[in-house]
Write a protein that binds this ligand. Sequence first.
Ligand SMILES: Cc1cc2nc3c(=O)[nH]c(=O)nc-3n(C[C@H](O)[C@H](O)[C@H](O)COP(=O)(O)O)c2cc1C
Length: 368
Amino acid sequence: MTQTSASSDLKFAYWVPNVSGGLVVSNIEQRTSHHPQYNVELAQIAERSGFDYALSQIRFTAGYGADEQHESVSFSQHLLAHTTSLKVIAALLPGPWNPALAAKQLATVHILSGGRIAVNMVSGWFRGEFHAIGEHWLDHDERYRRTEEFIRSLRGIWSEDAFTFRGDFYRFNNYSLKPKPIEPQPEIFQGGSSRAARDMAARVSDWYFTNGNTPEGLAAQVDDIRAKATDAGRRVKIGINAFAIVRDTEEEALAVRDEIVAKANPEAVRAFGHEVKNAGKASPEGEGNWAKSTFEDLVQYNDGFRTNLIGTPLQVAERIVALKRAGADLILLGFLHFQEEVEHFGRTVIPLVRELEASQASHRLAAE
Ligand SMILES: Cc1cc2nc3c(=O)[nH]c(=O)nc-3n(C[C@H](O)[C@H](O)[C@H](O)COP(=O)(O)O)c2cc1C
């Protein structure tokens, strides 16, 4: 039976493994596949297990693992065609995509799927990939200025007739898209943690995705974004990445993390770290998603060990509720063996989170 969450409940998402090699740069055994049939079964398991969203990735070339990469929008559409309630978030990268094609493509997928497609606007971290496909590599903050124009274009095209826009990157002249997406329009997520990313989220995004972090690290970002969004009369929802290792005992879970790190490919991890730290350093304040990442953090592409969802079901559920208190609306999860662990997480952790959320809500009511 498909489970759905109430509006105040935390949402759960998983990374779609549409790229080969899984979510860790390690030679540890991973019972995960990037092939379509594995992913269809995974999506069906996820929606039965209480997951609300699946996030597909966009990569144009290999590098640091990820030898094969299926395209995000067409792969997402395939998952939508084989599920009934799961929302699928497709990553879009300005540069290779332009907003006219993206708006039209997504409007059609939104109609085909009964309103279940969303987008994750990514701004680029991989210079070699841009070089390989002949795309200009803009400076860090210019990449975000372009993404913001992209998002404003999507929203304009989806909501207005005779849409006119004069940007530095995109232009539209009395453009009327027909048919438009059904209402509500596709949700717009974005990834990135630099100042430019946070400011863009406050101005135009529905959701802000950040790399793995502690509740304190998350709270600092949330306070910054929410204050700016409030000034702009908006509310931005927050999603945080985590690599979950849930086992019967904490020792077993920690041993799995240690084995992943011990079997990491050091050259690939260091090269990945070099690339992403350079991409972040190019931001004027020298920050960015991976500014503080250690070797161990970088073994998981998006610092997922830092969130520390590594332990027993109860430990993990309690840490998830602490992230909710710090401002998270959604937990984005990666796993070593996706099909079996998504099912196990849905069976053992999500019910505990729902119990803890309910008891906190009743304590709040009693205190009022
Ligand atoms: C949850 C999440 C998902 C992401 N997915 C992708 C992706 O599929 N493809 C991609 O090129 N970049 C992806 N990114 C990278 C971001 O778009 C961005 O380039 C990166 O986080 C650096 O941003 P910053 O310098 O603002 O911190 C993702 C980031 C996050 C946090």
